[in-house]
Design a protein around this ligand. Sequence first.
Ligand code: K1U
Ligand code: ZN
Length: 186
Amino acid sequence: MLRKGAACLTCIAMTLRPILIHPDPRLKTVAKPVDSIDKDIARLADDMLETMYDAPGIGLAAPQVGILSRVLVMDAVKDEKAAPRPMVLINPEIIWSSEDRSVYDEGCLSIPEQYAEVERPAQVKVRWTGLDGKAVEEQFDGLWATCVQHEIDHLNGKLFIDYLSPLKRQLITRKMQKLKREMARG
Ligand code: K1U
Ligand code: ZN
């Protein structure tokens, strides 16, 4: 997988999928576990990575493209010059969280141009199934830990604004309703 704009023949077959904007009932729904990793899941993962890099973003969960399956992609490599690290996590589970907490000014591709500080465990250990069907476990910290928790929240129908006060959440929701009305008008 290459970053946006990089030449890649296999990328030609990939499709950018439209990203749902909050509020949308699909973003509040708990996604279903994937029971078999077939070509449709591989295609979904490829499309999600392409859509994430194009946005641009550092993560994307399947419900954000309207698919209620437990699949997420991420690449939180910060250094533009470093090699990309596209990751596909199927049925991810947090199996350990640190006591230690960290605060990050989070954004969300389903809530464009809105940011807010969210406190989460600073490190998490995650278990998931890879596209090859094999179980994987890895401990994440820094931006990777924030991102994987944000994405797993999406699989559970939770958005970063759910960590904010009802007043702040309502303010952002109203802005998004207005944005969606404007987008619908073209
Ligand atoms: O899930 C999403 O909506 C994607 C989201 C992930 C995320 C961002 C910040 C903290 C936790 C999780 C994004 O990628 S928003 C865009 C963004 O943060 C970004 C975009 C380009 C370069 C660097 C960051
Ligand atoms: Zn998000």
